[in-house]
Write a protein that binds this ligand. Structure first.
Ligand SMILES: Nc1ncnc2c1ncn2[C@@H]1O[C@H](COP(=O)(O)OP(=O)(O)OP(=O)(O)O)[C@@H](O)[C@H]1O
Length: 294
């Protein structure tokens, strides 16, 4: 395992603890100088570059910026859906993840060093990924209940009665009528599909959920209720999340911290209230004032 740079080592934690300094919780996800380039008209062009931050368990980070600023690319790098061209992403891998060779590391591990089996395990159990368009995150040809039960089956659950009862209870938890569990998702409204996608992701109690514009494109009233629901679930389940949004109100409501991206780079980061109430970078000031100005 290669340690992420720039982080205090275990011994310095111990001495800080000794002196009565508050103990820093272990990092869940760590990005260091993360970058990705795509070829555009024969030339590589950086979609995002030089992004660094640490995310702690139970913490919600919003990534904001205008269209094309690199938010979704960053999210896909963090979730190992894309490989970094520069830098690295480390994740706190649990001991119970599959370890076929018996030699794979646990603790904070570089995602680039994980086997396909371990990455698949993370994606199906310890992580969730909520897509902007629910149909990209659902299996549209199986029932709503099967969509929720599927991730449990990936963990080895086979008892049909248990799978149905878990699916039913999660559907109710996201305010869906459990009586619709045998219906195909295509027969659900957009807001219902999004709630189903959230249930599908949370059924395995992931520690980290990636969300790409989770409420964009829905009616304003549906959006407001969905945001409340997400906030309740994040609190109740102590989820860590990285939420990509162009909507500063979503960042304010869901996230304790935020990154502001422009042209693939982070121009400002900090506590959400501080960044939104006292933006330092001219671009953040512009974003904030464009929302406030009628
Ligand atoms: N698969 C790809 N191939 C080529 N270029 C890409 C690819 N994905 C993203 N890009 C480019 O990378 C840049 C950043 O795109 P990205 O989708 O990450 O931005 P974004 O901030 O999420 O935008 P939006 O809010 O519109 O989704 C854009 O210039 C985009 O055209």
């Amino acid at each position: 395992m290669s340690a992420a740079p720039g982080r205090p080592q275990a011994s310095s934690h111990r001495s800080a603890q000794h002196e009565g300094t508050p103990v820093i919780p272990p990092v869940l996800l760590s990005a260091r100088q993360v970058g990705k380039a795509f070829v555009h008209q024969g030339q590589p062009r950086w979609a995002c570059r030089g992004v660094s931050f640490d995310l702690y368990p139970g913490e919600v980070l919003a990534v904001v910026g205008e269209s094309g600023s690199g938010k979704s690319t960053l999210l896909r790098l963090l979730a190992a859906r894309l490989a970094c061209d520069e830098g690295s992403v480390h994740y706190d891998v649990r001991a119970e993840s599959p370890n076929e060779s018996g030699s794979e590391s646990t603790g904070l591990v570089d995602l680039a060093e994980l086997s396909e089996a371990r990455l698949r395990w993370l994606a199906r159990t310890d992580w969730g990924f909520v897509e902007q368009h629910a149909r990209d995150g659902l299996r549209m040809n199986v029932s709503g209940g099967a969509n929720v039960g599927e991730r449990l089956m990936a963990l080895g659950a086979r008892h049909y009665g248990h799978l149905r009862s878990e699916a039913s209870s999660w559907m109710q938890r996201v305010e869906l009528d459990a009586g619709r569990m045998d219906d195909l998702p295509a027969t659900y409204s957009g807001g219902m599909q999004q709630r189903l996608q959230i249930a599908r992701n949370l059924v395995t109690h992931p520690r980290l959920v990636f969300m790409d514009e989770p409420t964009t494109g829905l009616d304003v009233s549906v959006q407001a209720r969905l945001l409340d629901l997400l906030r309740e679930l994040v609190d109740e389940l102590q989820l860590a999340a990285v939420v990509v949004t162009h909507d500063l109100a979503v960042a304010r409501l869901l996230a304790q911290r935020m990154l502001v991206m422009k042209d693939g780079c982070v121009v400002e980061q900090g506590l959400t209230d501080r960044v939104l109430d006292d933006p330092q970078h001219p671009y953040t000031q512009l974003l904030v004032s464009s929302v406030l100005t009628p």
